[in-house]
Structure formats: C-alpha cells, structure tokens
Unconditional design. Structure first.
Length: 345
C-alpha cells in the first residue's frame, strides 16, 4: 500500500507540474509579439552611401570633382544641393563658390568631425539592413531604398524620394550637443536628436511617404489612427526596439500614457474632440510638443498619436488575418477604429 500511495502521489505531482507548464506556455504564447519574426534568411541589397565623406574628401571641389559627385550620387546630389543646402545646381553661376563656402565653413567642418566621432556608420548600416529585411519580408515587391548620409547645416533631418532616404547626421549629435541651444531648439525636440533615433525616424517618414494620409481625413480621430498605422509600421520594422525609442518618449512619459490611457480616451470622447475637424485640435493631439495642453505637464506631446498606435495594435490583435500591407493600405480610419474593439480600462 505504501508503494501504491507513493505512486499515486508521484502521478499527482507530475500532473500538477504538467498543468503549470501548460499554463506558462499559454501565457507566453499570448504575450509573444507576432511581429518578432526571423529574417535571417531574407536577402536584400541595401546600400548606405556616405555623401558627407565624398563631399568633404576633396574640398577643392573642381568642376571635374563635381561631375564625379553628380554622376555617382545622382538624385541625392540634386536633393542635397537644391533642397537641403539651397545652392542650386552645377548649371547655376553661383553654385561652385557657394558649395566651396559650405564645405570650408568652420562650423560645417566641425559638424562633420563631431558626426564622425559620435555616429558609427557600420552600426547604422547594420540597423538599417535589419529593418529593411523586415520591410522586404512584408513588402517583397517594393524597392529597398538606398540610404545616404550627409551634413546639411541643420536642415532637414530626413529627406525622401523614390528609392532613397537622406539622413542629415548633424541633426543627430545628441541631446546635449552645444550646437542645438544656439539654434533656439526646445528641449523636447533636442531630446530625440541622438544617433539611436536615426533609423526609427527614417522608417516613420518612409512609411508616411509610401502610405500618405487619406486627403479626406479631416477629424482628430482619423489623424490619430493614421499616426497609429505609421508607428505600427515602425513596430513591424523594429520589433525588438522599445516603444520609448520608436515614439521618442522618456520612460516616465510612456508610463504616464500607459496609466492615463483610459482617462485620456474618455476625455477626448466626452469633450467631443475625437470628431472635431478644427485644425488646432488636430495639431494639439497629434503634433509634437513639450506636453499636451489638455492634460498635465507630465504628459508628452503627440498623445493622440500614441492613442492611435494603441488602437491600431488592438485592431491587428483582433484581426490577425489582416496583413501589414492591408493595414497600410487601409484608408477608412473610422472603420479601423470600429473593428478594433478598442476600449481602454
């Protein structure tokens, strides 16, 4: 009998252990991020070209050198000269002296040196390659863009055109860079001007270019949901990266949003702001800022975009058959909201 009882006890223990294992497996599977996919076998050809290195390598900038740069960098050469630093093109009489003045300017040279010290281009290429492997996985028919780096003298952080992304490295020298206060930039802006933000910024703007907002979207909630699709796109491209980096919040700001989610949503609904078509209401809840005026100073800017992100996450969780491509092509933002079942507690 003792032996039989021991056997029964052993079986009972094993059953309990098996139950625990099953529960753990279920919990883990529920919490597993479906966007964390293995892209190690995805093959892409992604080039990161350092226009800044090429431009500053020979500051004499003869006509022959200009011709070489124009031939090698093509469309980006035009974007940089016409739109980023505004010196025109080689056919313009003042082009060459203005470009020479730009590359010999003491501050511009200093920016180039500081960018070389702070930004690891090999790491940047690795991160872009990983992100665009995800992009090719989800959008196999789309072109993988060429990435160009440059020094623009504090002009656009990111420029985009067909099949290319241009990155102004001098806009990512770190929140404590002494250059930025002299430009009169607010702290909430400079906080995200650091090297780790380059890739997520580029992906956000790439998504915005590839999938522009429906021009009929005139309501606050429509703009919120659209912003949510852009951040969900970044989710899919960078599934291992923390939300704070994707949206540019501090840990404290993200915690505020998470604990205040239901209250913020209720406020917008009760004040009839979700369906407001006033431009200032859209800007107040979607655009960046030191905080969102309707809430406390502990709130971050763009809380509407963050809420839209949670709506899209809820929608994709509830509708797992919807592909990322289908999500990005969805322009009926109210339908997406209705199908999301979003109701924060």
């Amino acid at each position: 009998m003792d032996s039989l009882e021991k056997t029964k006890d052993w079986i009972t223990v094993m059953k309990r252990c098996l139950l625990v294992v099953c529960v753990v497996c279920v919990v883990c599977s529920c919490q597993r991020n479906p966007l964390k996919i293995d892209v190690s076998d995805v093959e892409i050809e992604l080039a990161v070209k350092s226009y800044d290195d090429a431009l500053f390598a020979d500051r004499a900038l003869t006509k022959e050198r200009i011709s070489e740069l124009q031939q090698e960098y093509g469309r980006f050469f035009e974007l940089f000269n016409y739109h980023m630093i505004g010196v025109g093109g080689p056919e313009d009489a003042g082009f060459l002296p203005q470009l020479k003045s730009f590359v010999s300017d003491t501050m511009i040279v200093s920016l180039k040196q500081k960018a070389d010290q702070l930004i690891d281009k090999k790491a940047l290429e690795h991160d872009f390659t990983l992100a665009f492997k995800h992009y090719h996985y989800y959008f196999p028919k789309k072109v993988v863009p060429t990435i160009y780096t440059c020094i623009s003298g504090f002009n656009q952080s990111v420029v985009l055109a067909d099949s290319l992304i241009g990155i102004s490295l001098d806009k990512y020298l770190g929140a404590d860079s002494p250059y930025y206060p002299s430009l009169g930039l607010a702290k909430y802006k400079t906080r995200n001007m650091h090297p780790q933000k380059i890739v997520s910024d580029a992906l956000y703007f790439w998504a915005m270019t590839e999938y522009p907002i429906n021009l009929t979207a005139s309501k606050v909630i429509e703009n919120m949901v659209y912003q949510g699709t852009l951040y969900y796109f970044v989710d899919a491209m960078m599934p291992e990266v923390h939300d704070t980096l994707k949206i540019g919040y501090t840990a404290k700001q993200l915690a505020f949003c998470q604990t205040s989610e239901a209250a913020m949503w209720s406020y917008l609904a009760e004040q009839n702001l979700l369906f407001s078509t006033k431009r200032m209401d859209i800007k107040r809840y979607v655009d960046d800022g030191p905080y969102t005026a309707s809430f406390t100073t502990e709130s971050p800017g763009r809380v509407g975009a963050w809420l839209g992100w949670q709506i899209v996450r809820a929608y994709m969780k509830k509708n797992p058959e919807v592909s990322l491509k289908q999500l990005m092509e969805q322009q009926d933002y109210l339908s997406l909201l209705n199908q999301s079942g979003y109701q924060p507690n």
